[in-house]
Design a protein around this ligand. Structure first.
Ligand SMILES: Cc1cc2nc3c(=O)[nH]c(=O)nc-3n(C[C@H](O)[C@H](O)[C@H](O)COP(=O)(O)OP(=O)(O)OC[C@H]3O[C@@H](n4cnc5c(N)ncnc54)[C@H](O)[C@@H]3O)c2cc1C
Length: 393
């Protein structure tokens, strides 16, 4: 390799989806920003998870870190069009404050109420609904087998692809460089990552590297021998309509992971299966809607009895098989300048702004400043101590 092919940057971000582009944006928004290079191997994002996501954003978590990540990220998305505008063109992401609803049977009451107390302590406006209140707020819902619900009023959904491009365009306007190439090797020297080697033969030396490679993040860790629990997990997103008009619904989620929201004339959503074999599988199972989604949907909302799937996409979760939570921060104890921003397990889009801010703080301020995410760091993985969400995930 000729040394002439070697370039240098301060921060090299591997992967330019919502997470990588947000990291680039938050770094470049700082005064005296560092040089930021994002290596994204596919500028069409044909297989990336971000454009395939459902777009739900919620505060309905049990973990304070996840609630606080949402407390920052959701208002950030509400202002996104204006704050991420480039040359006066708004970055519209079709943000809708439609609310979010978790519904549970008696067996789920305790976890839901305990989580709700944490959400309230962290300032979230969440109503606890008993069966009667639920039926009166959402008359089309079958509630006889439900006990309670948590209705988060300030949550909603947005268009994931617009978020990705909004962050990316803003990052570029602020001076980040996007390189269409593939990181195929990383040089480690003296316990630090020093250079990324790209498929084209180019080499980029960097002071910091951020692994924002989504479902491929485990593979990027493998490049430096970092055994990790992040695996690709297939999930389908279905679009369907309802023949009979019903009341406006929030984003609805139940204990069996049926999750869907209004989209245009219809609805989008699905039922993720955590038993799904891990792997880079984009095949669509055309019987899944009929077999799994439709029965759950028609049971909960009889108006969907005659609904059929109109379209379906397969996408990948960057599933953290240790505990289903993100890993944010350095490879502690081993390599201080290699940071992870991956393993979001279905929550990456809603937490992209908070994650971008957190990574910028770690790099530029030497530690978390606004929100302490230490419990989402690598240490728990090294100790094999899961930090799980309770209740619905
Ligand atoms: C069906 C579905 C529904 C979802 N619904 C929601 C939801 O409602 N709310 C929510 O918050 N989240 C949701 N998610 C999860 C969300 O999509 C992800 O957590 C999030 O998009 C992850 O963003 P990312 O930037 O890390 O990954 P990606 O968008 O996948 O970006 C990673 C990028 O890294 C690039 N890359 C990988 N390896 C390399 C390499 N070696 N060199 C260069 N580039 C590389 C890839 O090309 C890719 O573009 C959903 C996911 C799916 C599949």
């Amino acid at each position: 390799m000729s040394p002439a092919a070697e370039r240098a940057t301060d921060v090299l971000v591997i992967g330019g989806g919502a997470i990588g582009a947000s990291v680039a944006c938050f770094l470049r928004r700082r005064p005296n920003p560092p040089r930021v290079t994002v290596v994204e191997r596919d500028p069409t994002y044909a297989q990336a998870s971000t454009p395939r996501a459902s777009g739900g954003v919620r505060r309905l978590f049990s973990g304070p870190e996840n609630i606080e990540l949402s407390n920052f990220s959701i208002p950030f998305y509400a202002r996104f069009a204006v704050d991420m505008a480039v040359d006066g063109t708004p970055a519209d992401i079709a943000y809708r404050n439609g609310g979010y609803l978790f519904i549970v049977p008696e067996t789920g009451r305790r976890a839901l109420v305990e989580s709700l107390e944490v959400q309230h302590r962290h300032g979230a406006r969440v109503d606890l609904l008993d069966r009667a209140a639920l039926a009166s707020r959402f008359p089309s819902m079958f509630v006889d087998d439900l006990a309670v619900a948590a209705h988060s009023l300030d949550d909603g959904w947005l268009d994931p692809n617009s978020v990705l491009w909004g962050f990316r365009r803003k990052a570029v306007a602020l001076g980040a460089r996007f390189v269409a190439d593939d990181v195929v090797a990383i040089d480690l020297e003296g316990g630090l990552v020093r250079r990324a080697r790209l498929r084209s033969g180019a080499i980029i030396a960097a002071d910091w590297m951020v692994n924002a490679a989504g479902a491929w993040a485990g593979q990027v860790c493998d490049l430096i021998g970092m055994a990790n629990p992040i695996r690709p997990m297939r999930r389908f997103e279905h679009y369907f309509e309802c023949e009979t008009p019903i009341e406006p619904l929030p984003y609805v989620k139940d204990v069996h992971r049926l999750a869907f929201r209004p989209e245009g004339r219809g609805y989008t959503g699905g039922v993720p299966d955590t038993d799904e074999p891990r792997g880079f599988n984009f095949d669509v199972d055309h019987g899944y809607f009929e077999r799994v989604v439709w029965p759950a949907l028609a049971h909960r909302f009889p108006a969907f009895e005659r609904t059929r799937e109109r379209s379906v996409m397969a996408g990948l979760y960057d599933q953290n098989d240790l505990d289903g939570n993100a890993i944010i921060g350095p490879w502690s104890g081993r390599c201080a300048n290699f940071l992870l921003a991956a393993g979001f397990s279905g929550h990456g889009l809603m937490h992209a702004p908070g994650t971008g801010r957190a990574i910028a703080e770690l790099i530029l301020d030497g530690g978390f400043r606004t929100l302490d995410l230490a419990r989402l760091g690598w240490d728990r993985v090294a100790r094999n101590e899961p930090y799980r969400e309770r209740g619905i995930i």
